[in-house]
Design a protein around this ligand. Sequence first.
Ligand code: 8X3
Length: 255
Amino acid sequence: MSTRTATRTAVVTGASSGIGAATARQLAAAGYHVVLTARRKDRIEALAGDLTDAGYEATAHALDVTDRAAVDAFAASLDRCDVLVNNAGGAIGAEPVATGDPADWRTMYEVNVIGTLNVTQALLPALTASGDGTVVVLSSTAGHSAYEGGAGYVAAKNGARVLAETLRLEIVGQPVRVIEIAPGMVKTEEFAKTRFRGDAAKAEKVYEGVAEPLSADDVADTVTWAVTRPSHVNIDLLVVRPRAQASNTKVHREL
Ligand code: 8X3
């Protein structure tokens, strides 16, 4: 049981599962007081409880990042914020441009871009006031190159990428780092299932024959590494893929 007393606070969005949950666990272990946010209150409360039982500092706050009033109220409730990990996001659908549903595109833009914008805007004053703040944007390799069937998600992740890149330009000189982590193929319990609207067989196909897709912990490890570099070191962009994936469209499958 750890007896450490955390002073620095890290907010993680989308902390109910996958990369967000793994990042919350790793940042807690790295000595941060983690504030877990997600829509699913039961999940983040359970994880915060586990972390507290393990001797770490963790609290849960139910939050929909697309609800600006709720985001503002959340920001006002925090005593401090040193690190913000914008992880909430995801893909819906894999239809080609010709047939993709505009409603899916809109939803993806809302959560991946506007959600990141909402939370970043709301917490930027606290991050700056900390004197040593860090904003992390979990984008995706999809934010760096297109692939067939990916356009809606690719467009949204490009939006998140550009938000990070632009913010870094705009706040240079202020004590806040802006880090983009762009993961490739990560096998989590929910990403592909959500994308394929609950179709487990389609979701499983994404990883078919791939020896070792990245795990949520592999990505959380890169987030934690980037965040825990000395304050003057800004990891602008970290792209991480499994060895079996050379590009979004070039994947080695042992079938
Ligand atoms: C997930 C990567 O290849 O499914 O962000 O778009 S991919």
